[in-house]
Design a protein around this ligand. Structure first.
Ligand SMILES: *[C@@H]1O[C@H](CO)[C@@H](O)[C@H](O)[C@H]1NC(C)=O
Ligand SMILES: *[C@@H]1O[C@H](CO)[C@@H](O)[C@H](O)[C@H]1NC(C)=O
Ligand SMILES: *[C@@H]1O[C@H](CO)[C@@H](O)[C@H](O)[C@H]1NC(C)=O
Ligand SMILES: *[C@@H]1O[C@H](CO)[C@@H](O)[C@H](O)[C@H]1NC(C)=O
Ligand SMILES: *[C@@H]1O[C@H](CO)[C@@H](O)[C@H](O)[C@H]1NC(C)=O
Ligand SMILES: *[C@@H]1O[C@H](CO)[C@@H](O)[C@H](O)[C@H]1NC(C)=O
Length: 359
């Protein structure tokens, strides 16, 4: 009898070791390898590696499984993509952290949970949770938002949203949304860590003073606990659809263009319906067009360089990241064809104003 048990145990060991390939150490547990994915219970969300435009840059992320348009609501290794999908994996390390590993066992990204995790689970609401030995939650992706704010997710003193750098680069960009310190009684959009350019206005008890539409009965229920204290937590949930059915997918997102946008999925049109955005005028986004760029929402692309100027980085400019700004085509030197050009009425954000007269 005891021999049978020993045989069984060694078989088990063999099969466990073969599950672990060279992309991770024998002591870590593979959650996802290469093109494998994990679905939430009712197939609403999916976790796996994705890339954009076929580029060899792979990110561990969460997207809607039920929607044909790829929409990434969370990204783990935003700044450290894997180059080779076949060798990439998400593992729980021997220390109980969730890690993204590349070929050669190189760790690209990892969680910093204090208590060790043994298991990862993707919940129906889009939250990736790590569970400890007793099944307790030791880490949640909802506590580390990327650019998207889903029903059930909270904003707090330590939880804010950071936009993507461009439509093709999930690395953190320059715009973020946060509860405004030190009062924590309103939500603001901030450029580059220090320059606020839009705010909800202060909380009045059932809405923010600058967002009266929050009091209109809709599919959301907002909650704000401990407003005006460092323990403030603001979030929202989605009400069940009429008849108790599942409500349409909905999300807020800090777009790479610096706007906070709100979308619901339209199954009829098969696309995201953006029905609210702030600041409403995209040109009110601080620093949108960079140095020597100017903004006009009536143009196909919001930003343009002044005449005889060109984008410093044409690739980024094309992907919608205008922040690099423009430079003179002649490389900074004025030529004999240069002069003053009238560009109409514009307003400067935060620039130095100089007046001079001439004829
Ligand atoms: C995943 O990769 C394997 C091996 O390269 C391939 O056979 C399979 O078709 C891929 N699956 C998907 C869903 O792309
Ligand atoms: C999944 O769907 C079933 C059937 O509609 C439902 O009973 C169950 O509560 C759902 N699970 C989750 C986690 O939402
Ligand atoms: C990618 O990883 C696979 C599996 O580890 C390996 O066989 C392949 O040579 C790698 N490709 C490149 C381009 O490094
Ligand atoms: C694998 O082991 C090496 C050496 O012990 C260590 O540096 C590395 O962090 C480990 N990788 C993982 C995924 O645990
Ligand atoms: C969000 O905040 C509410 C109210 O404070 C709390 O009940 C809920 O657990 C929080 N959710 C997350 C994911 O932190
Ligand atoms: C953003 O902030 C950094 C560090 O505070 C500063 O060095 C940089 O010049 C700022 N960029 C812009 C475009 O304001």
């Amino acid at each position: 009898m005891s021999q049978v048990i020993i045989l069984f145990v060694s078989l088990l060991l063999i099969s466990t070791t073969t599950l672990l390939d060279s992309s991770s150490n024998a002591s870590s547990k593979v959650i996802i390898k290469a093109n494998e994915t994990i679905l939430s219970e009712n197939r609403t969300f999916e976790l796996g590696f994705f890339n954009i435009n076929g580029e060899p840059r792979w990110y561990l992320g969460i997207w809607y499984a039920s929607i044909p348009t790829p929409t990434y609501i969370w990204v783990a290794n935003r700044q450290t993509p894997a180059k080779n999908l076949s060798a990439a994996a998400a593992v729980i390390t021997a220390e109980g952290k969730l890690a993204v590993v590349a070929s050669g066992r190189e760790i690209l990204w990892r969680t910093e949970n204090a208590a060790a995790a043994g298991e990862a689970r993707l919940l129906e609401e889009g939250n990736l949770v790590l569970l400890g030995g007793d099944g307790e939650v030791v880490w949640r992706s909802f506590d580390f938002p990327a650019d998207t704010w889903l029903p059930g997710m909270n904003l707090s003193g330590s939880q804010s949203l950071t936009c993507w750098r461009s439509s093709t680069d999930p690395a953190p960009g320059k715009y973020f949304l946060r509860l405004k310190p030190p009062e924590y009684g309103e939500i603001e959009l901030v450029f580059n860590g220090s320059q606020p350019y839009w705010s909800t206005g202060k909380w009045t008890g059932d809405a923010f003073s600058g967002v009266p539409e929050m009091t209109v009965p809709y599919i959301y229920r907002f909650h704000f606990s401990n407003p005006f204290t460092p323990a403030a937590v603001f979030g929202y949930t989605e009400l069940a659809a009429e008849g108790g059915g599942r409500p349409p997918p909905t999300r807020f997102q800090v777009d790479f263009s610096g706007q906070l946008r709100q979308y619901t999925w339209s199954p009829q049109a098969e696309n995201w319906n953006m029905f609210w955005s702030r600041p409403e005028n995209q040109c009110k986004v601080y620093g949108l067009c960079g140095n020597l760029g100017f903004c006009n929402t009536k143009m196909l692309s919001a930003c343009k360089c002044l005449a005889n100027f060109e984008p410093i980085d044409g690739g980024e400019w094309g992907a919608g990241d205008f922040s690099g700004g423009c430079r003179h085509r002649g490389g900074g030197v004025c030529g004999s064809n240069d002069g003053f050009e009238e560009i109409g009425a514009v307003s400067f954000d935060g620039s130095i104003t100089e007046s001079f007269s001439g004829d």
